[in-house]
Design a protein around this ligand. Structure first.
Ligand SMILES: [Zn+2]
Ligand SMILES: [Zn+2]
Length: 145
């Protein structure tokens, strides 16, 4: 696997992304979904801000270009988990309990032009984090779970 940073052929991808140092790179195939925000205390701490912002991607629609094994990770018994570039610390895509990838929306290279799907754990949101869209909001976890 090519572990160096550099230009990648993005022709076949609907979006590409990666970390700041360039060690971790990935591409997405298929439609880029809307962005979901989680305001729970774990996601706040992992992101360092009022929420995280992720896109839920089918596992077969994420293609690692480099650095899949250069990620650190941490998980809790609840099933919450995160992963990050071992060198620069940026959050990177990681697989949730269902096998789907959670892709940090801010890790994409460009603007995929998608909207917001919703906000969960809004009850844990600090007052300084202001929601500026009209997507659905839930005080706790996603409905139906
Ligand atoms: Zn990095
Ligand atoms: Zn969360």
């Amino acid at each position: 696997m090519n572990e160096t940073s550099g230009p990648q052929d993005a022709t076949d991808f609907t979006a590409t992304g990666g970390c700041i140092c360039g060690q971790v790179r990935f591409g997405l195939i298929g439609p880029v979904p809307k962005v979901g925000f989680c305001h729970c205390s774990q996601c706040r701490k992992a992101s360092g801000t009022g929420s995280n912002a992720v896109m839920s991607i089918r596992a077969e629609w994420l293609v690692w270009l480099s650095g899949e094994d250069a990620r650190g990770g941490y998980s809790l018994p609840s099933g919450w988990s995160t992963s990050f570039c071992e060198r620069c610390g940026c959050p990177t895509p990681h697989q949730g309990p269902t096998g789907r990838y959670f892709v940090p929306a801010g890790s994409l290279d460009g603007d995929p032009g998608v909207g917001v799907s919703g906000h969960i754990w809004v009850g844990s949101k600090p007052s300084w984090a202001v929601i500026g869209d009209d997507a659905p909001q839930f005080d706790e976890g996603p409905p139906g779970r």
